[in-house]
Design a protein around this ligand. Structure first.
Ligand code: ADP
Length: 451
């Protein structure tokens, strides 16, 4: 641990690691502080992919996309409440973020869909594995290669300023106690607050009874650090509930949207579909809540499973029911057997015609379900992502409530607010960490060289 740095990054998720790599490549002396013993935060749990538009990967899959359509899908999905400046920057820098990753040996060459998306934009590893753990592992390799120091079990406590300008960060570590490290810039990349009950009580008390998919470090520390340093907060009451999580053990497992993107359907206890499974997360959640049936059931066949191999893991820990026929599966999952079989027959016809006359689903229809075994997973909604957070501009500069900059202070990733409006599209969180993480690294370097 040195006495001073050019940039200190708070948090070892994808946003923090990306920023650190970018800043170091531009010549800054960087350190990352992570409060937990494990690295990668919620980024580690990202499941389906990283959204981007106009990429080579899309073209190689015959997906002809454009920025305007990507913007429009996010804008509609976010209830037209997204911060337009952040959204525009996000959409116009998604392709360069994919290229930047490729330059760093992080290859996302397969594609899938998430809810609310009119084109396949969720880029994922070509073995179709979960994007987050892959990304965190590969970013970590880059940190090691570049000798970027990462101090775990070291918590950011306070941003120190002099004459309105960032001058240091007070940290706490069990071995060294409290210490202030000098730095010219700080990036807050400490993630969201889904694990902070008192913040949830304050901003969205109706969600308190729900469980969360988040890792234990998502306690909103960065929001308090920013506010104490003069930063503003936006959209704090906008909290995303993920429709499909498995909660029948003592842990909440996210059943990634990609399984629906590859063809799975959702049914009620009567064995019938009840929603366009590929609409936005808020709408799918609402439809499940309106059933009043303690969740719903995801149905898939062996073909879908092969296209979404994370199911192997869920099955290995006992979350998946399997059977050789749909009627047998219905019995195991306590669903109406005749209806379930009829539902799948109808779904297969929809898939072939490309028209879902009942619910208007348009994506995740590449394959029907004809291949046994068949699988069922009982799902329920859970708190997943906090869309509100620190107020920033598209340079990732932290702003006060009245819009003034705090010199030397930056924020990126889930800790920030505004980009997603009132509903985040699946696949946009990992994209946000890379796009704005890079931007933070660049802006810190610019600030230092003009210092
Ligand atoms: P993002 O997706 O925005 O990169 P993540 O949730 O993946 O965010 O990562 C944020 C990381 O920041 C987590 O590993 C979390 O433990 C860490 N963190 C949270 N608060 C602090 C803090 N006060 N000091 C250091 N690290 C923190």
């Amino acid at each position: 641990l040195k006495e001073n740095y050019d940039l200190i990054v708070i948090g070892s998720g994808a946003a923090g690691m990306t920023a650190a790599i970018q800043a170091q490549e531009l010549g800054l002396k960087v350190a990352i502080f992570e409060k937990l013993a494990t690295l990668g935060g919620n980024s580690n749990r990202a499941s389906t992919g990283m959204n981007a538009t106009e990429t080579m990967t899309q073209l190689s899959h015959q997906v002809i996309d454009n920025q305007a359509s990507f913007y429009e899908d996010i804008w509609q999905g976010g209830g037209k409440t997204n911060n337009k400046e952040l959204l525009k920057y996000f959409v116009t820098h998604s392709e360069s973020a994919i290229n930047w990753l490729e330059k760093h040996n992080i290859l996302l060459t397969d594609l899938t869909s998430t809810g609310g998306m009119s084109q396949k934009r969720a880029h994922r590893p070509n073995n179709k594995s979960a994007v987050g753990s892959y990304m965190v592992k590969e970013l970590q390799k880059q940190l090691l290669d570049k000798h970027i120091p990462l101090f775990s079990e070291t918590k950011a406590m306070q941003i120190v300023k002099k004459d309105g300008i960032v001058t240091g960060l007070k940290i706490y570590n069990n071995k060294i106690g409290e210490k202030t490290i000098k730095t010219k810039t700080i990036l807050i990349a400490s993630g969201g607050f889904s694990q902070n009950k008192s913040m949830l009580k304050n901003y969205a008390p109706e969600l308190l009874p729900l469980k969360t998919t988040n890792h234990q470090g998502a306690t909103g520390d960065g929001l308090n650090l920013a506010v104490a340093a003069g930063g503003g907060l936006v959209d704090m009451d906008k909290i995303q509930v993920h429709p499909t999580t498995q909660q029948d053990t003592d842990h909440v497992y996210l059943i990634g949207e990609g399984v629906r993107g590859e063809g799975a359907i959702l049914v009620n206890q009567a064995g019938q579909r009840f929603v366009n499974e590929m609409t936005t997360r808020d709408k799918v959640t609402m439809a499940i809540d309106n059933l009043h049936e303690n969740g719903a059931t995801l149905i898939l066949d062996q073909g879908v499973r092969q296209a979404f191999p994370a199911i192997d893991f869920y099955q290995s820990i006992g979350l998946v029911m399997a059977a050789n026929s749909l009627s047998e599966l219905a019995k195991k999952a306590h669903l109406d057997s005749e209806n379930l079989t009829a539902t799948v027959v109808k779904w297969n016809a929809n898939q072939i015609s490309g028209k879902d006359s009942e619910f208007g689903r348009k994506t995740g229809m590449d394959r029907g379900m004809n291949l046994s075994p068949y699988y069922a997973i009982h799902i329920k909604p859970a708190i997943h992502y906090t869309m509100g957070g620190i107020k920033i501009n598209n340079l990732t500069e932290v702003l006060s409530d009245t819009g003034e900059k705090i010199s030397g202070l930056y924020a990126a990733g889930e800790v920030t607010g505004g980009l997603h409006g009132d509903n985040r599209m699946g696949g946009n969180s990992i994209a946000e960490t890379i796009i704005f993480g890079r931007q933070a690294g660049v802006q810190a370097a610019k600030y230092i060289f003009n210092y």
